[in-house]
Structures are given as structure tokens and as C-alpha cells.
Design a protein around this ligand. Structure first.
Ligand SMILES: *[C@@H]1O[C@H](CO)[C@@H](O)[C@H](O)[C@H]1NC(C)=O
Ligand SMILES: *[C@@H]1O[C@H](CO)[C@@H](O)[C@H](O)[C@H]1NC(C)=O
Ligand SMILES: *[C@@H]1O[C@H](CO)[C@@H](O)[C@H](O)[C@H]1NC(C)=O
Ligand SMILES: *[C@@H]1O[C@H](CO)[C@@H](O)[C@H](O)[C@H]1NC(C)=O
Ligand SMILES: *[C@@H]1O[C@H](CO)[C@@H](O)[C@H](O)[C@H]1NC(C)=O
Ligand SMILES: *[C@@H]1O[C@H](CO)[C@@H](O)[C@H](O)[C@H]1NC(C)=O
Ligand SMILES: *[C@@H]1O[C@H](CO)[C@@H](O)[C@H](O)[C@H]1NC(C)=O
Ligand SMILES: *[C@@H]1O[C@H](CO)[C@@H](O)[C@H](O)[C@H]1NC(C)=O
Length: 510
């Protein structure tokens, strides 16, 4: 077929361009290019041609194994294409969609090639997790049709790529999705003003960009242009500014606002109540002081609230009264660890039965744990560790907790878990931390049913007993067992060798 012959079969010049691309790839462990042979390049894996003209319009060679590569940190790129990104891509003049993401070694520490800025028809460019470094080419600003741009470098905290001046972004007015996570933008003084020229943005990810707010703070600019923005992530930056009087609170279309670890100070802004569409709010690991604003009550769609490691320094019942309860979709996740909250009970918590995560660790909560906690039927994750709770936890506290997977009641002021010896728990735990709770003196029989336990910490739990015969089989899949400061008599050491425990702490196995 000659150029433009139609029928979606491959155009020879474009086939040649793809073969040149392939020739610059030195290794392809995931066999992404395995089907790149034969005449019709439109049939090759990852290639899509226009059905009428036959021009290549899409090249998607993203690496599915990127998550795995993240996990095996020291062996990045096990599945990645190796080699160079050939500028033969320029001979694909109708290319609209280019995705090379997740090929962790393809960038090989080089800058993003400048020729990318000449792929004029691109609407979708995903170069995330390619291990680029150096300057982001401002030539990308020539891609005036771009709707989607992702140059998140993957291991974001490394900040190997940078852009001193992001004014080129303003030439991409169609952008809806922009992810520059891990690109060092610390020298980009006017980043807020530049972003304000992208009125179509729906998703904006600027996690680990070294952003500082020093330059834009004084203007207290409200981002009136970003009326469609639904997701904003500014985490791990040096905003170093008060949370109040911030342009952020003008972004009333936000559904997700994630700004953890960004050096926000001062108090919580009342304007939070203007963000009525918010479903996710993460202001954790900042330095915000004082009670959450009463206006938060208006944020009816809030499902995920993360505030840990701030200094709320108030009573939990007041806090709970300020949480929204105006819709059927109630809060699912509430993390308030290390927020300096006080209070005598958790009594007021008992309404939101939609909760699946309740994290209140490292606070100053006192008194007994209310039995109503057992009505939180959707709870999977409960942490009350390092508080000052006292009293007894009984079967009734666990009565409705059929979905509980993780519990941490460690290091309170003498919390006791006292249940009948024939009690059958309604849950199947995975992580069980009950350090310094009173469980003894007998070894708790209810643990026998918890065969899915990965981690068990019952150290210093007042147990003085013979290790039950079922201990070794029930916990044979566990990876972490801590029974130190208990007095356990081992009755059969032989079975020990069949276990796969990675960590076993025990000070007094007799
Ligand atoms: C398109 O393909 C059909 C058969 O699949 C063929 O008959 C026709 O000639 C082709 N047209 C062109 C322009 O190549
Ligand atoms: C592309 O962008 C660069 C840098 O922004 C600019 O110097 C150059 O003239 C542009 N090229 C074209 C063909 O527009
Ligand atoms: C980010 O860039 C600034 C200069 O613009 C530089 O001083 C700083 O060291 C860079 N940060 C990292 C983590 O490379
Ligand atoms: C809003 O965006 C337009 C371009 O789309 C720009 O001309 C204008 O200056 C922006 N407004 C503000 C307040 O930045
Ligand atoms: C935002 O909230 C503040 C304080 O709660 C209020 O005065 C202001 O009118 C609100 N703005 C909008 C646009 O709703
Ligand atoms: C907790 O609040 C008290 C005042 O109630 C204050 O003195 C203390 O510094 C706060 N702790 C932290 C870690 O902020
Ligand atoms: C919502 O909270 C208010 C104040 O905390 C309370 O009076 C009201 O009963 C709650 N409404 C629902 C539906 O739970
Ligand atoms: C509990 O979780 C289920 C499944 O996710 C959900 O359908 C149900 O609405 C939740 N219950 C409450 C009270 O939110």
C-alpha cells in the first residue's frame, strides 16, 4: 500500500519510522515489541492507526510492571525497555497519543528529548517513570493541542528533572490533566500565575516539586480561572505559608485536595466550608493549629479526612460535632493521629457507621472505650494506640466488628481485653497490636480463630501461661510475632522449624 492508501493498513514511511524506533531499543525484557514484525505495522502491539488514512495515531508502550519495579527498588527496570528514544517518531506526523510510561530505565538519566516538542499533533503525552533527569524542555510548550501531560518522574522524591521557568505551560491551554510530580520547580517563582492560565485543568499533581509559596503568597490570588479543577495534589512542598488566606480556598470545584507535608501553618481556614464538593481532604503532616472550622460541617460529600500530625489541641467531642453529617455518604476514613486531641471518651463517635478507618493514635484520649464502638460494622482499621484509655474491652465492644482487619490498642493506661474463654470473635484479623494491654494471665484462646494474622504483638500483656498447642499452626503464616515480656512455656519446640516467622521477639520463653 502506498502512503494514504487507506483501509488502516500501514504506511511504509511510518513502518520504517517504527522500525527505527525499535532499532534504538537495546533490550525489551517485557517483550513489548515482540509483535513488531511483518508488513502491517497497524497490527503491531501498542500501535494504532487511523481507520481511514492508515496513519499511526497512537503509540502505547507503557510498562505494566511499573508497580513491581517500585517495590523492587534496587532492581528498577526489570521489565523496562532499554536504549534510546529515537527521534524517528518525528516521521509519525499524525501521532496524537504517546505513552512510554513506566519504562524505568529508558530515560537513562538523560533529559526528556527536545524533539518531543515537535510532535505537534499530540493530545496525550505520558512520559512518567522513565528515569529522566535534567531540564524539562520548554519545547513541550509547542504541543498546543495537549490535553494530557504526565512527566511525573516516578520516584518523585529524587527530583532529578527540573524546570526553572514554567511559562511554557501557559501555551498549553487545552490541558486537562497535568502531572509534574517530582520535577524540581523550586525556581519557578510564578507557578501559581502560570497555572491560572490553564482554565481547563481538571487534575493537577505537583507532589514533591520543591514549590515554595513565598512569591505568590503576597498576592493572595484566588485562582478564578481554574473553575474545573477537581483534583489537586501539592504534597511535600515548601509552601511555608499560613493555611488561611490562601488562593487554594477559591478552588470550589475540588473533589480531592491533598496537601500533606507541605509546611502549612496557622489555623484551619473557615473557607474550607466553601469546598462543598470535597470528597477527600488530606492536610496531614503540616503545622496547622487549633480546632477544625465549624464550616467543615457543610462539606457534605467528605468521605476521606486525613489530619494526622497537626496540632488541633482540642476536645474530640467538639471535633466530631464539626464533622459533616448531612449526607447518606458519611465519612469512611478519619485519621487524627498525633493531633494533640483530648477528651474523656469516644462516645460521640458512634454515629458514623460508615467508617472503615478510625485512627486516633498518639493523642490524649482518656476514659473507657465506649461499647458502642462495636456498632461500627464497616470498621476495618481501628487504632487507639498511645492514648490514656483505661477500663475493660469486652466481647460487646467487638460485637458488630465483622470487617475488622487491623486493630491497635497498644500502650494505653492499662486497657484490659477481657472476654469469655469460649468467645468466638466475629472478625478475622491481619494486624493485631495489643502491646501493654492486659490479656492474661491465660493465653487468649480467641486468638486461635485468627488464622490470617500477619502481625501479632501481645508483648507485655500480662500473660503467664503454657504456649497452647495450636499456637504454632494458627500463626504459621505470621511474619512478625512479639510475645516478649510474657511468660510462655514452650511445650513442643519441634514445630518451630516449620514456621516462617521473620521476626520473633520473646524474652521469656521457658
Ligand atoms: C481495502 O481493503 C479491501 C479488502 O479488505 C480491498 O478490497 C480494497 O481495495 C482496499 N482499499 C484500498 C484503498 O487499499
Ligand atoms: C518550540 O519551542 C521553543 C522553546 O519554547 C521555541 O524556541 C521554538 O521556536 C518552538 N519551535 C517551533 C517550531 O515553534
Ligand atoms: C532544586 O533546584 C534548586 C535550584 O533551582 C536547587 O538549589 C536544589 O538543590 C534542587 N533540589 C534538588 C532536590 O535537587
Ligand atoms: C485566565 O486565563 C486566560 C487564558 O485562558 C488568561 O488570559 C487570563 O489572564 C487568566 N486570568 C487570570 C486572572 O490569570
Ligand atoms: C467562602 O467562605 C467565606 C468564609 O466562610 C465566606 O465569607 C465567603 O463568602 C465564601 N466564598 C464563597 C465564594 O462562597
Ligand atoms: C498540645 O497542646 C498543649 C496545650 O493544650 C500544648 O502545650 C502542647 O505543646 C501541644 N503539643 C504539641 C505536640 O503540639
Ligand atoms: C448531625 O450533627 C448534629 C450536631 O452534631 C446533630 O445534632 C444531628 O443530629 C446530626 N444529624 C444526623 C443526621 O446525624
Ligand atoms: C458499609 O460498606 C458497604 C460496602 O462497602 C456499603 O455498601 C455500606 O453502605 C456501608 N455502610 C454504611 C453505613 O455506610
Amino acid at each position: 500500500a502506498s502512503a494514504g492508501s487507506g483501509n488502516g493498513s500501514c504506511i511504509p514511511a511510518e513502518r520504517a519510522a517504527l522500525l527505527a524506533f525499535k532499532a534504538a531499543i537495546t533490550s525489551d525484557p517485557a517483550n513489548l515489541l515482540g509483535s513488531w514484525h511483518g508488513h502491517d505495522c497497524c497490527q503491531w502491539g501498542g500501535v494504532r492507526c487511523h481507520s481511514r488514512t492508515g496513519h499511526v495515531v497512537k503509540l502505547d508502550l507503557h510498562n505494566e510492571f511499573v508497580q513491581e519495579d517500585y517495590a523492587s527498588f534496587w532492581f528498577p527496570g526489570n521489565h523496562s525497555l532499554h536504549g534510546q528514544i529515537s527521534c524517528s517518531l518525528l516521521a509519525l506526523p499524525h501521532l496524537k497519543h504517546l505513552n512510554l510510561s513506566g519504562n524505568m530505565v529508558l530515560g537513562d538519566g538523560r533529559p526528556i528529548p527536545e524533539f518531543m516538542g515537535s510532535l505537534r499533533r499530540l493530545t496525550h503525552l505520558d512520559l512518567s517513570s522513565l528515569n529522566f533527569s535534567g531540564r524539562v524542555p520548554p519545547q513541550l510548550g509547542n504541543l498546543s493541542k495537549l490535553v494530557y501531560l504526565d512527566i511525573n518522574c516516578g520516584r518523585t522524591s529524587d527530583m532529578m528533572t527540573y524546570s526553572m521557568d514554567i511559562s511554557w505551560l501557559a501555551r498549553l491551554p487545552s490541558l486537562k490533566h497535568l502531572d509534574m510530580g517530582g520535577v524540581n520547580l523550586s525556581a519557578a517563582v510564578d507557578w501559581v500565575q502560570t497555572l491560572n492560565k490553564l482554565p481547563n485543568l481538571v487534575v493537577l499533581e505537583l507532589n514533591y516539586c520543591g514549590l515554595n509559596d513565598y512569591y505568590s503568597r503576597s498576592t493572595s490570588l484566588l485562582l478564578h480561572n481554574l473553575t474545573l479543577l477537581g483534583e489537586l495534589d501539592l504534597s511535600n512542598n515548601h509552601l511555608n505559608s499560613p493555611a488561611v488566606k490562601n488562593w487554594l480556598w477559591g478552588l470550589t470545584s475540588l473533589k480531592s485536595l491533598i496537601i500533606y507535608g507541605a509546611e502549612l501553618g496557622g489555623t484551619f481556614p473557615h473557607e474550607l466550608g466553601n469546598l462543598t464538593l470535597l470528597q477527600t481532604l488530606d492536610l496531614s503532616f503540616n503545622d496547622i493549629k487549633g480546632m477544625i472550622p465549624a464550616s467543615l460541617k457543610k462539606v457534605c460529600n467528605l468521605r476521606y479526612l486525613y489530619l494526622e500530625v497537626n496540632n488541633i489541641d482540642g476536645d474530640i467531642s467538639e471535633l466530631i460535632q464539626r464533622l459533616p453529617n448531612c449526607s447518606s455518604k458519611n465519612l469512611q476514613v478519619q485519621t487524627l493521629g498525633e493531633t494533640n486531641i483530648t477528651g474523656t471518651t469516644l462516645q460521640s463517635l458512634v454515629n458514623p457507621s460508615s467508617l472503615n478507618t478510625l485512627e486516633l493514635s498518639f493523642n490524649h484520649l482518656r476514659g473507657s472505650v465506649p461499647v458502642e464502638i462495636g456498632t461500627l460494622t464497616n470498621l476495618t482499621n481501628l487504632s487507639l494506640k498511645f492514648n490514656k484509655h483505661t477500663g475493660v474491652i469486652s466481647e460487646d465492644h467487638f460485637a458488630g466488628l465483622t470487617n475488622l482487619k487491623e486493630i491497635d490498642l497498644s500502650y494505653n493506661n492499662g486497657l484490659a481485653v477481657i472476654v469469655d474463654s469460649d468467645w468466638e470473635p466475629p472478625f478475622n484479623l491481619q494486624l493485631t497490636r495489643l502491646a501493654s494491654c492486659h490479656l492474661g494471665p491465660q493465653f487468649p484462646k480467641w486468638l486461635r480463630s485468627q488464622k490470617g494474622i500477619v502481625l501479632l504483638d501481645i508483648s507485655n500483656a500480662g500473660i503467664i501461661d503454657r504456649i497452647p498447642y495450636w499456637f504454632w499452626t494458627t500463626f504459621s503464616d505470621a511474619q512478625f510475632l512479639n510475645v516478649s515480656f510474657t511468660k510462655l512455656v514452650v511445650s513442643c519446640l519441634l514445630i518451630w522449624t516449620s514456621c516462617q516467622w521473620k521476626y520473633f521477639f520473646s524474652s521469656q520463653i521457658i
